[in-house]
Design a protein around this ligand. Structure first.
Ligand SMILES: [Zn+2]
Length: 265
């Protein structure tokens, strides 16, 4: 199986003790690449350091909406500087979050647009976090799409069919997480079935959202195979086919080299 995890957080404390083992296990389980996604300037820097250390790890840099309010004056400059690193393959995560009330929405929106603009300047895709803010996210995306075409992904997509439709029409990819494997998520599986094949991605969002049968445990990139298998079932293809399809899509969206981890035999 050839897999690409388009969204994980390998810099987080949950992996502090054993990140070497976690990445080794991922590569053993067919992970050709994993994108570790920054949430603050400091976390983005750690993600870039991990990407420098491991051939299969790539980084995204940005300030996640819940951390925007606490960002210091130099933090955005740090993101802009890190964005030029050769192993940085995306800008984010950015977006809007109405679930946690940590950052005023106006400020979240300003940073969301700023990330999209940086992605455009760097010719990189952007990664969107959207939590209980579908309509607001769609409004920002429409505003940005009026300036120039969008290239990016709705990460851990969990919105409704109408939101999926707009995001796809705006040119975005949809990335499905371990939530796809959860019992009560038939509507999400329907969306994964209906998404055009060339717009499908999968991710772990590790250490969060572990797929069944590991739900509730610490998630890690090697568990991506469970989500790939479920996606295959949902779309009537094999787990391998689902893995290859999503890996090919990830490689082209993020401009990843073929087989960076050297796992192909
Ligand atoms: Zn994330």
């Amino acid at each position: 199986m050839r897999l690409i995890d388009t969204h994980c957080h390998l810099d987080e404390g949950a992996f502090l003790q054993d990140v070497d083992d976690v990445i080794a296990r991922a590569v053993e389980n067919g992970l050709e690449a994993m994108i570790t996604v920054g949430t603050t300037a400091a976390s983005s820097r750690l993600c870039v350091e991990l990407a420098e250390r491991y051939p299969a790890v790539f980084a995204a840099v940005g300030i996640q909406p819940n951390y925007v309010a606490e960002a210091q004056p130099g933090d955005w400059d740090t993101i802009e500087e890190l964005a030029r690193h050769p192993k940085v393959v995306a800008i984010g995560e950015t977006g809007l979050d109405r679930y946690w009330d940590f950052t005023p929405l106006g400020l979240q929106r300003e940073f969301f647009l700023r990330h999209i603009e940086l992605a455009r300047r760097c010719d990189l895709p952007f990664i969107v976090h959207c939590r209980e803010a579908e309509a607001d996210v769609v409004a920002v995306l429409r505003e940005a799409a009026a300036v120039s075409p969008l290239r990016g992904v709705m990460h851990s997509f969990s919105g409704d069919a109408a939101t999926a439709k707009v995001c796809l029409a705006l040119g975005l990819h949809l990335s499905f997480s371990g939530m796809l494997t959860y019992k009560k998520n038939e509507p999400l599986r329907d969306l994964a079935r209906q998404t055009p094949a060339n717009r499908l991605l999968i991710e772990t969002d590790a250490p969060y959202l572990a797929p069944s049968p590991n739900r509730g445990k610490r998630n890690e990139p090697s568990y991506l195979r469970y989500t790939a298998a479920r996606l295959g079932e949902v779309r009537g293809v094999s787990a391998d086919q689902a893995a290859t399809l999503t890996a090919d899509n990830a490689r082209s969206l993020f401009g990843l080299p073929a087989d960076p981890a050297g796992t192909a035999e």
